[in-house]
Design a binder for this molecule. Structure first.
Ligand code: ZN
Length: 452
């Protein structure tokens, strides 16, 4: 397939913008990139897709999300509003994840995947919890990812908060799914996995050791770290160590491990993350919503940490996350020079691509170069000022919007074209989810009844 009349944004380093170019897509990869007339002359028989002068760029990547949270939308938390993050976990997320059964897991994932395709996010790193439907839950999500055509990295979050049996079942689910992936290609190779851990504050010393032993060599972990001070208080009480030190002690850190948030860490913990090459993800919308503070991600990047950008279950509209990060760090530090456009690009483009690419190493990911995975989007943006590789980050912050995404392609296959979803039936999925939501909510509310 030849994509013609494209304004290419390649996200190479340094980035290039190539007007009136064409892309040859073959077998799920970008085979060739060149000036429009040149490629048209060379491949006259190739079926053509006219991009009509839209920007064509790599699909966005989300470094940390939770598909399972879909049914939280519009849910009223009973009683007084949670006063801090531990109460948000206890009153919202934990009763909600306990309410999920197989069909809810499937629909949550599908709803989130529809949202990702529509918003031009092509690779997602998910962190799943469903303590009353653990075994096989990752297969259900993988099947939804397979249907959607997207690319995803899955894990089950092991935790002790629902008892030792469920912690063991969580470990077994990670082991089982990792074994499956080592034996077969799932979703034509578009699904990968990590070993999921909830957070230090719900993991005992014994469970952390059991996870370390269960994780195959070379497989990393995906865990929330110091999202709130409570994680540090708990870790110090349990182990006499701060959270990152504790995880280091248990052999959890390393270049394949993803640490979400890292807000309430100290200087030594930041150095440990840098020295171990651990990946850190930043989710400013979630952090603002939970009132948990702001991670010092600019400092972490200065230390050499690969800081990535995620949504934490917010809609998979990555430019919304860019914009939030752009604004938040300025107001937090009362300095408009903080979190400039290049810092955003470093996190959301290059660092996210490096992280996501490590799970799909066969070809480059998140960049338009010959040989790369053909994961790309069309953006119907018409700037009224010059747009250059140098000022593109600010065009994205002030001008781009996910509603301008008209086409989404993964592995050379269109999942959306001219704003029409091609792999998932958006209306039908929304209808099914609306029918299912009252059942999930009923199970959720039942846990607040006095005798439950
Ligand atoms: Zn999270």
């Amino acid at each position: 397939m030849l994509i013609t009349h494209a304004n290419l944004i390649t996200w190479e380093e340094p980035n290039r913008i190539l007007p009136q170019h064409a892309l040859l897509i073959q077998e799920g990869r970008i085979a060739e990139i060149g000036p429009q007339e040149e490629l048209l002359a060379r491949y006259p028989a190739e079926p053509q897709v006219d991009a009509e002068g839209q920007f064509v760029m790599p699909g966005n990547i989300c470094a940390h999300t939770h598909f399972y949270g879909a049914f939280a939308r519009g849910l009223a938390i009973p009683g007084p509003p949670p006063k801090d993050f531990p109460e948000i976990l206890q009153k919202l997320w934990w009763p909600l994840d306990r309410s999920l059964r197989e069909e809810d897991i499937r629909l949550s994932a599908l709803v989130m995947l529809v949202d990702a395709i529509r918003h031009g996010t092509t690779t997602l790193i998910d962190h799943h919890a469903s303590p009353n439907a653990i075994d096989g839950s990752l297969d259900i999500i993988a099947e939804a990812v397979a249907q959607s055509g997207l690319r995803a990295v899955l894990c089950y979050e092991v935790t002790d908060r629902d008892g030792l049996d469920k912690a063991r079942a969580g470990i077994a689910e990670n082991e089982r799914f990792l074994r499956r992936l080592s034996q077969e290609k799932v979703a034509e190779g578009r699904v990968a996995a990590t070993f999921g851990l909830h957070a230090s504050l719900t993991l005992s010393e014994g469970t952390l050791d059991a996870c370390r032993q269960a994780a195959p060599p070379g497989v990393g972990f995906h865990i929330h770290v110091a999202e709130h001070e409570a994680d540090q208080y708990d870790s110090l009480a349990k182990s006499g160590r701060r959270v990152v030190d504790r995880l280091h002690q248990h052999g959890i850190l390393g270049p394949n491990t993803i640490v979400a948030h890292a807000i309430h860490i100290d200087a030594r913990e930041a150095c440990l993350l840098a020295e171990s090459g651990t990946q850190v993800t930043h989710q400013p919308r979630s952090n603002m919503n939970n009132g948990v503070g702001v991670a010092e991600v600019e400092s972490l990047m200065r230390l050499g940490v690969n800081v990535c950008l995620g949504t934490d279950g917010f809609p998979h509209a990555m430019w919304e996350e860019w914009k939030t990060a752009y604004l938040l760090h300025k107001v937090w530090h009362r300095d408009p020079r903080r979190m400039n456009g290049y810092d955003l690009v470093r996190m959301a483009v290059y660092n996210n691509a490096r992280l996501a690419g490590s799970f799909f190493p066969q070809s480059p990911l998140g960049v338009l170069v010959p040989g790369a995975h053909a994961d790309l989007i069309f953006v119907d943006y018409h700037p009224h000022t010059p747009l250059t590789p140098e000022n593109l980050p600010w065009h994205i912050v002030f001008g781009f919007h996910e509603s301008q995404v008209t086409a989404t392609m993964v592995a050379g296959k269109f999942l959306m074209r001219q704003r029409q979803l091609l792999t998932l039936d958006e209306a039908e999925i929304a209808e099914q989810a609306r029918r299912q939501a009252p059942l999930v909510w009923e199970r959720y509310y039942r846990q607040f009844e006095p005798n439950s």
